[in-house]
Design a protein around this ligand. Structure first.
Ligand code: FAD
Length: 457
């Protein structure tokens, strides 16, 4: 056995792990980053980046199909799956190369192989032991399924769906959360008959209900079918098709079933519990400063209960690296982290929904305002509809910002600053939004909440 000693050993090189490694190295620490697959993790190789490339290809397909409506002559001849794959893989390869270069340039030692936590703290990889003054656990997540629903054949996870080299005729998507909705959106743009099955009463059920209803309307207009409020019962497959049965007896037949019912934490069999780390339903339990309770062992990313998002992983990784370095970073609660669903149309939000705000402040303690994108020039030009909804405490700060419409994901940063800084609409109202931009819709909402609406009554 060979022993190696570092200031910091990071187990898992995804968004959370590599961000921690990069920041710690920047702060002068010696860092080992243990990764069994590819640095970049789910987000770069199987998640955020490839799916957003697909969504862009889908947007181009829609644009080509609909261009004559704005006087541009195009013919949409179809989708070339190999071409889309080459485009998507090219983007991932470029980003991967850049990340590898950055990791190398920061002097981080990448240890290839499967690691296991040991007391000390340390991480064992084969016969080598990597001892760290601190160890960060960042092993990420995997696609979950439901009891009795075996993935394989025509029953896919998002990883398999990305690898499909055909455009199917019909797909059932199990789960109306962000991953399910994004795949449904892509497939519809590629001409697929799509049905989403969601057990809860709405699509994107964690969002403000105004956004869920807006997305349901938009998807209905796009011809995306959905079944809400009825649970999945079973799925059977033959060589050619899969049949999905719901608890009310309704059945759907399709070429494929995409299982998008959430992601489970990848923590089993990695020595966590043996080393004294507390695990709850598979997740690593931490305090708000991401300490696990075992001295000098920290956790970041999807294994920590809460929003499973890449930028939360980045933030947590940076946070722990700075905490170890004694910089006392500020805790960012999940409610201040922006969420975007990159479907057509997009859904973006930060802070409390109207319902959550009313629970926290009382129905009379809040004011909610909805600005319709129909009044926004740039949205009209782009041919998108939707809303910007801002929730504030009565005579108090902005508590939540919720938006639906094409490209609104790019606007959520302003909402995040407003919520994070506890700004009052009156503080923001004097700041000018360039015309014509979609950001003016947010400006209009803040103006209205400050009692001086411009283009609305
Ligand atoms: C289809 C899809 C689309 C998504 N889109 C978005 C999006 O648009 N925006 C967004 O913010 N988030 C998105 N996400 C979520 C995002 O990918 C995750 O939140 C993020 O990757 C979590 O980072 P992480 O570091 O916790 O884990 P991961 O990225 O999963 O990384 C964990 C790493 O640890 C490695 N590992 C695990 N066990 C070991 C071991 N024993 N030894 C060595 N290495 C190990 C794995 O190989 C992996 O590389 C998406 C996810 C999916 C599946």
């Amino acid at each position: 056995m060979t022993e190696h000693t570092f200031d910091l050993v990071v187990l898992g090189g995804g968004s959370g792990g590599y961000a921690a490694a990069l920041r710690a190295a920047e702060l002068g620490k010696s860092v080992a980053l243990v990764e069994k697959d590819k640095v970049g993790g789910t987000c770069l190789h199987r998640g955020c980046i490839p799916t957003k490339a697909l969504l862009h290809a889908a947007e181009v397909a829609d644009t080509a199909r609909d261009a004559s409506a704005i006087g541009i002559r195009t013919t949409f001849e179809g989708v070339d799956p190999a071409g889309v794959r080459a485009y998507r893989e090219g983007i991932v390869a470029k980003k991967f190369k850049g990340l590898e270069g950055l990791v190398k340039a920061r002097g981080i030692t990448v240890v290839p192989g499967e690691g296991r936590l040991e007391a000390g703290p340390a991480v064992r990889v084969g016969d080598d032991l990597y001892r760290g003054s601190d160890v960060i656990l960042a092993t990420g997540s995997y696609s979950r399924s439901l009891p009795g629903l075996d993935v394989g054949g025509r029953i896919l996870t998002s990883e398999h769906a990305l690898e499909l080299d055909e455009i199917p005729a019909r797909v059932v998507v199990l789960g109306g959360g962000v991953i399910g909705v994004e795949f449904a959106s892509v497939w519809r743009s590629f001409g697929v008959e799509v049905t989403i099955v969601e057990a809860l009463d709405h699509l994107v059920p964690n969002e403000d209900v105004a956004l869920s209803k807006g997305l349901e309307r938009a998807f209905r207009r796009r011809g995306i079918q959905y079944s809400l409020g009825v649970r999945f019962q079973s799925a059977t497959q033959t060589a050619d098709a899969v049949t999905v049965t719901l608890e009310d007896g309704k059945t759907f037949e399709a070429d494929y079933l995409l299982v998008a019912v959430g992601r489970g934490p990848a923590t089993a069999g990695l020595g966590y519990e043996e080393a004294g780390v507390t695990i709850d339903r598979g997740f690593v339990v931490t305090d708000e400063r991401l300490r696990t309770g075992v001295e000098h062992v920290w956790a970041v990313g999807d294994i920590v209960p809460g929003l499973q998002l890449a930028h939360r992983g980045f933030q947590q990784g940076i946070f722990v690296a700075e905490e170890i370095a004694g910089l006392a970073p500020v805790v960012i609660p999940d409610v201040h982290i922006p969420k975007v669903t990159y479907s057509h149309p997009e859904v973006a939000s930060v802070g409390l929904t109207e319902t959550q705000a009313a629970e926290a402040h009382g129905v009379d303690g809040i004011v909610a305002y909805e600005y319709n994108l129909a009044g926004n020039g740039k949205s009209e030009i782009l041919g998108t509809s939707g809303i910007v909804k801002v929730v504030r405490a009565k005579d108090g700060p902005v508590l939540g910002v919720h938006m639906i419409g094409d490209r609104v994901g790019e606007l959520i940063t302003e909402g995040q600053l407003a919520v994070g800084w506890e700004a009052h609409p009156e503080d923001i109202a004097p700041y000018v939004h360039a015309h014509p931009t979609q950001s003016e819709a947010l400006g209009e909402a803040f103006l209205a909440l400050a009692g001086k609406p411009l283009h609305t009554l």
